[in-house]
Design a binder for this molecule. Sequence first.
Ligand code: CP
Length: 338
Amino acid sequence: MIKHFLTTEDWSQTQLDVLLADANLLKQNPIQSHLSHKSMALLFFNPSMRTRTSFELGIQQLGGTAIILEPGQGAWGIEFEPHSIMDGDAEEHIKEVAGVLSSYVDMIAIRAFPAFKDWQIDRLDHKIKALAAHATVPVINMETIVHPCQELALMMTIKQHFKVVKRKKFLLTWTYHPKPLNTAVANSALLISSKFGMDVTLLCPNENYLLDEKYLTAAKAQCDEHGADFTVSHDIESAYAEADFVYAKSWGALPFYGNPSNEFEQRKYFKHFRVDGQKMALTNQAKFSHCLPLRRNIKATDEVMDAPYCVALEEAENRLHVQKAMMLNLMGHQLKQS
Ligand code: CP
């Protein structure tokens, strides 16, 4: 069976800890030759700065080569629906794309955000599942409805600051943004913090901003396994109180999915969820992070972003190390721990 990296739900905490240990070694010794003559295709359906740079550079630092493809812009548009009568814009089907790329490269990575029309369809994550079903090489998720690479970078960052992660209070706070964004990073933040046994609090303005039940249930179950707390709160002060790590993300309200103007009528009242120094002062001298990109003074203030407790740049750097560890793992390599 082919080993993919589609979601951390398919990987145990022990397996992820191996990746994180290798990532630490790669941080100290970035240049390796394990992937000499190996190659990967990076399929980008959406823009990226960190993901594209860190993957392209990462495989190069391991001796391999990356090929960037942007379907619909320089590469043919791709149809994902099975049995589709392809009379639209797409020139080829994922079955052929997966087959052809598998015959050229050793790994395929994909960034395919949801279509933002119907959450009941988007929540099935069918594009990456179709690619994985038809590829004969490992497939890596570079963000769909989850962002598992970001999860690894976040946990590497948390571990850099806390000797013991279990039962530390992790606050995932919704924050304001002018547009209704993808829930992927928020879903992922719940998955990884709960997998490592943190006390997880999800803070959002009201029930409309709750994440999909699948991720709430998974996070609660993982917290329960560790004897940790899982809390949903709409109260800013009590949620921030005694937090050890504050993670901010904006996302669209799922009941208004596909209807951005109606959704905006909800969100415009919640600009005060922006992370600022007053809120951070309520915490247990917490670290703050965000996956980036971040609109300053909209999602978090300059005071927060420029504070010594802001570790967002460390998290961004860690994307490089964890993805290299994961690529090595998928290609059958594990670095020697001393
Ligand atoms: N955090 C993240 O995935 O950044 P990019 O969208 O720039 O890749």
